[in-house]
Design a protein around this ligand. Structure first.
Ligand code: NAD
Length: 443
């Protein structure tokens, strides 16, 4: 029986390994982590992450061929294939601080693999890492002094939070990069054999190591760039009377462009886009390409601008001050269908307000922002509020009883839709003053 071990039981490691275990009953999969509480949660009925369909997958194979454990060394030692899916945040100190990826967790995982291994292994980069990371990892692994051979593969993960299980069941593509040596090609084939249990052959792409590593950064940069492009257009729409929904639709029907990822919003968030673009910027700078670095920096600049523009619009609309006013925030996660609040725009928006009165948040998670109280119901959050900001596109916010909300709010009652999900005309009929990103302002 092939044994797989995944180091890192997070948003990527947990769901990807659960799906591998489900689709490959003949493979034993162990997901290991240094976080005792995270592993305890994976072994309980309350999984550590919320992802539609995940509970079901885990229930079907946990204890059968899927195991969650803190015994990292034992499972690494026993595995034929070791995935490394640890976090790779932006460095906060030292060389490259604020841009470069912090590979501390990766390096300690690689050193531990070298230390505990007693047999040859394939080591798979599942985390998003800078291009050429495999070279550094190879150095650590090959100098193990025991004659053990390691093959490094890059197999970046393209799942999106909120649709992770769907994405893993039917990936657009699985990308595997490896060395162009016979050993490298053999390792690629071994990983292909795993995915071939459910992914059609033409969707499994193989490249050299550096192309695979760079493709992940490139994909995230392109996706974020589309969001910043449409957000930049939204500002121009507001200035000219155009409607960004109509513009996006018109632009997206061009088959060369396509309709996805063209929704104007308060800005992108989450733990990946900004960090991966900063990483790309740093790599460009290190490779003597400042103009290319500058190009990608603009994607983040527009994203920050969009969040600031939203807050300015809220404050300006409410007679230039939010002092002594109550503002209800609907949504705290960085997107719908996830409980992940890492780098959510909601936090940036709240921090940009000059608060001097409580704000109510709904739903998902408590916050560290001062003068914030959390409630779990949109009607309670909006009671006596002067304004209401929609910051996550949860479906339930589309279908609230806005008449009831209006009746319970202070007047004039403002709605600021940072996700373009409300029916603006209907809300204006009720009596709200409505701002929806990129749409014509109140007459
Ligand atoms: P995460 O923070 O949710 O999980 C990482 C886990 O690794 C943590 O539980 C941590 O305790 C564990 N860990 C760190 N060092 C360890 C060690 N030495 N031994 C054992 N466990 C260790 O992160 P994530 O969101 O799953 O992301 C992981 C990687 O995947 C990142 O590089 C990220 O950029 C990339 N990625 C994330 C997404 C996403 O949507 N979250 C999508 C694609 C790729």
């Amino acid at each position: 029986m092939v044994k797989i071990c995944c180091i890192g039981a997070g948003y990527v490691g947990g769901p990807t390994m659960a799906v591998i275990a489900l689709k490959c009953p003949s493979i034993e999969v162990a997901v290991v982590d240094i976080s005792v509480s995270r592993i305890a949660a994976w072994n309980s009925d309350q999984l550590p992450i919320y992802e539609p369909g995940l509970d079901d997958v885990v229930k079907q194979c946990r204890g059968r061929n899927l195991f969650f454990s803190t015994d990292v060394e034992k499972h690494v030692c026993e595995a034929d294939i070791v995935f490394v899916s640890v976090n790779t945040p932006t460095k906060t100190r030292g060389l490259g601080a604020g841009k470069a990826a912090d590979l501390t967790y990766w390096e300690s995982a690689a050193r531990m693999i070298a230390d505990v291994s007693k047999s040859d292994k394939i080591v798979v980069e599942k985390s998003t890492v800078p291009v050429k990371t495999a070279e550094a990892i190879e150095k650590i692994l090959t100098h193990n002094g025991k004659g053990i051979k390691f093959q490094i593969l890059s197999n970046p993960e393209f799942l999106a939070e909120g649709t992770a299980i769907e994405d893993l069941f039917k990936p657009d593509r699985v990308l595997i990069g490896g060395r162009e040596t016979p050993e490298g090609q053999k390792a690629i084939q071994a990983l292909k054999d795993v995915y071939a249990h459910w992914v059609p052959e033409d969707r499994i792409l193989t490249t050299n190591l550096w192309s695979a590593e760079l493709s992940k950064l490139a994909a995230n940069a392109f996706l974020a760039q589309r969001i910043s492009s449409v957000n930049a257009m939204s500002a121009l729409c507001e200035a000219t009377g155009a409607n960004v929904k109509q513009v996006s639709f018109a632009v997206g029907t061009d088959s060369r462009i396509g309709p996805k990822f063209l929704n104007a919003s308060v800005g992108f968030g989450g733990s990946c886009f900004q960090k991966d673009i900063l990483n790309l910027v740093y790599i460009c700078e290190c490779n003597g390409l400042p103009e290319v670095a500058e190009y990608w920096k603009q994607v983040i600049k527009i994203n920050d601008y969009q969040k600031g523009r939203f807050v300015n619009r809220v404050v300006a609309s409410m007679f230039n001050t939010v002092a002594n006013k109550k503002i209800a925030i609907l949504g705290f996660a960085f997107k719908k269908d996830t409980g992940d609040t890492r780098e959510t725009p909601a936090i940036d928006v709240m921090n940009k307000f000059d608060w001097d009165h409580p704000i109510h948040l709904q739903p998902m998670s408590p916050s560290t922002v001062k003068q914030v109280s959390v409630v779990w119901d949109a009607y309670a959050a909006t009671k006596d509020a002067h304004g209401l900001c929609i910051l996550t596109e949860w479906d339930e916010f589309r279908n609230l009883d806005y008449q009831k909300i209006f009746d319970n709010m202070q007047k004039p009652a403002f709605v600021f839709d940072g996700r373009n999900i409300v029916d603006v005309d209907k809300l204006r009929e009720i009596g709200f003053i409505v701002y929806s990103i990129g749409k014509p302002l109140d007459p």
